[in-house]
Design a protein around this ligand. Sequence first.
Ligand SMILES: Cc1ncc(COP(=O)(O)O)c(C=O)c1O
Length: 374
Amino acid sequence: MKLEEFALERTLSLYENLVEYDISPSGVHHYTIDELLTEDEQQELLKQELGYGWTNGSVELRETIAALYKDRDADNVVVSSGSAEANLLVVLSFLEPGDEIIVVVPNFLQIWGLARGLGITVKELWLKEDLGWQPDFSELSELVTPKTKMISICHPNNPTGQYLSLEDMQRLARFCRDHEIWLHADEIYRGSEITVEEPPSFADLYEKAIVSSGTSKAMGLPGLRVGWLVGPKDEIYVAWQRKDYASTVPSTPMQFIADIALKPARRQQILERGRARLRSNLSIVSNWVESYSDHISFLPPQAGAMAFFRYHYDINSTELMHRLRKEQNILVLAGDVYGLDHFIRIGICIPEEHLRIGLERMDRLFESLNSTYK
Ligand SMILES: Cc1ncc(COP(=O)(O)O)c(C=O)c1O
């Protein structure tokens, strides 16, 4: 199997821990265990046995996750090691060499890369910047063939932070139903809405939807490594079988914590803290962008924890990222990892102080770009 380098992950893995200020993070700034759990819960955590458990996740946690969706129970859920493993299970469970998948891009590109590595034909449906990062549905009809098994979408979108309208979500579900294809939705950012209400899950709109999600992004709990897949029972059973070849059992103490965090009232509390920071940091970022109106354009995200800018300097995005890293000791993510040069991504749910310092350091480099490249 020939896997291309996963450019987005590789770039972060190489550099995120080496800079003074990492302003690239893609999730809500993380909680500590102390902030998350009450004293009683912390005491309970200490009593958790460090044994194996169910390979598809504890029954309690699967029931808690199932309750986030309509008419689902524990057998509709498989718990994974992060949503990254859930995405891996999607490819291993639903696709075979020779199949076709349509991936809505820009995207996190994990499914895209894995599928290509396994000999599945990947077609891209590009979200259009001039349509507010929405798809043109007429292009979708041109991409589908009798070999198409699945459409995969990241919703809300990484990196643009945009949603489909409810009408377009329903339209996409209808399209998949009419063509009898699976709809995979990576909903890891659901719950991080800044300017809109939390939309429904695709799992509640389409009977053949497979949803991957987890606690990492909107909830700010990436260190739990708790993700999941939700879908029809037979297919979830197959994903569970595939999991026997991957991480087998999810971590037992982390499932204990996730079960507390995902109970409806606590989940809302956790999400609200993230949204409050997102709202206030987004206004800092928007003011900063305004001061660069000749050089930067940007559609403010509706959700998600990142801002994705187009810049109008004559410099490649990977080169810009490395100059910021070497000259200013900060990390941003180059649009090149998404196949979009002249864009950069920054995290907007990092601590305010880090964000302000990061923006000041970008100012410093941009000043030199003004004189060097304009
Ligand atoms: C859209 C998307 N899906 C999945 C993941 C994987 O997240 P995790 O494995 O931490 O749950 C990421 C991580 O950046 C992501 O951006």
